[in-house]
Design a protein. Structure first.
Length: 368
């Protein structure tokens, strides 16, 4: 069995990357790198990783590493990705691909020019409910999907007031680029990846600037200087080239009954679906709607429970298949760039207060 030497950069969310690689016997995890060396060392002990670095360049210099996984703040995604490509490494990137389409396009082009695999962690595609829904759609269960709603809403879920998450320069945006990119990908993937033609959007920053809405617990801390330069709510209405519509809503904080909910609703001419996930539930989340002899029918599939890292493991498996066997990577860097392009348009529409038509992509499918 061919094995691939792997390095993980980032020891925060990198925990899930590391667990994903640990579940695939084809991955030989050689090293991890991160500024928090104590945290990295603890992760290395758990997964028997022999090498820990504070400087990711030392990791990239290793000839026994062929692929890296990037799990760092958004502003470092593309710089580290480009350094990895220059070092001849395949790259698996945490979402979002980049803070902007222009920035992301440089990485997609570089990886393509070098003949290297570039993937992105859209791990929600691998949920059991998403897989059941995907099969149902491909079997024609919904028919022509003409409307979708994608949402991720939190009542109090700002991931670190005053941290890089709430800096426009460091993060690129707020819940839209953090959470919305996930559910946008979920909806468009289920719809067959239609091309978005127009976007009309609004963003709001109402709760965070008051120093409220912080996500509780120990995972994220509140900084003494609570800078808040991003939105805490974004809403967008999109039309596809074929005429279907997509509504997107993403919030970190709002006065609502929601705790932490995400999902997608799909309407087709043969049936419908509601995927509604509360507090990261893995079962009881999907309902399918149809008619039998003119009588409305609601069906709730029995879903298998999955461990939290299952989605990451599935993306890792596709990444290694692409490296070893030349299989097309999905989700790919180009997928990440397509979503970033739409996020860009949403932010521009909100800033200009008008509907926008999407411009031609900076990287086409033929180039990528």
């Amino acid at each position: 069995m061919e094995r691939v030497g792997v390095g993980v950069i980032g020891c925060g969310i990198g925990k899930w990357h590391l667990e994903g690689f640990s579940q695939d016997p084809r991955a030989d995890i050689v090293a991890i790198a991160g500024l928090n060396t104590d945290q990295c060392t603890e992760m290395a002990k758990v997964h028997n990783v022999p090498n820990v670095y504070s400087d990711y360049q030392q990791l990239l210099a290793r000839t026994d590493i062929a692929a890296i996984s990037v799990a760092v703040p958004n502003f470092l995604h593309v710089p580290i990705g480009l350094d990895a490509v220059a070092a001849g490494k395949h790259v698996l990137m945490e979402k979002p691909l980049a803070r902007s389409e222009e920035e992301g396009a440089t990485l997609v082009r570089a990886a393509d020019d070098a003949g290297l695999v570039l993937g992105i962690f859209f791990n929600r595609r691998a949920r059991a409910d998403m897989e059941v829904l995907r099969a149902h759609i491909q079997d024609g269960g919904l028919g022509n999907i003409y409307h979708a709603k994608a949402f991720w809403r939190r009542r109090s879920g700002v991931p670190g007031l005053g941290s890089w998450f709430t800096s426009k320069e460091l993060a690129g945006g707020g819940p839209l680029i953090d959470l919305g990119v996930h559910v946008l990908d979920m909806a468009l993937w289920q719809m067959g990846d239609p091309e978005i033609a127009t976007v009309s959007a609004s963003t709001y920053s109402e709760i965070g600037p008051q120093g409220q809405g912080h996500w509780g617990g120990e995972r994220f801390s509140v900084q003494t200087t609570s800078i808040f330069e991003v939105e805490d709510l974004a809403v967008a209405f999109m039309r596809t080239v074929s005429g279907a519509s997509v509504f997107l809503e993403a919030s970190w904080a709002a006065h609502t009954s929601d705790t932490d909910v995400f999902g997608i609703y799909l309407l087709g001419d043969k049936g419908g679906a509601e995927l509604h996930v509360k507090d990261y539930a893995t079962v009881g989340t999907l309902t399918l709607f149809s008619n039998i002899d003119g009588v409305p029918v609601d069906a709730t599939p029995r879903l298998p429970a999955k461990i939290p890292s299952a989605g990451h493991a599935q993306v890792v498996s596709a990444f290694l298949d692409s490296i070893i066997n030349g299989a097309p990577m999905s989700p790919s860097g180009e997928d990440g760039l397509k979503r970033t392009r739409i996020i860009d348009a949403i932010y521009r529409s909100a800033e200009e207060g008008r509907e926008l038509s999407l411009q031609p992509a900076l990287v086409t499918s033929e180039e990528a």
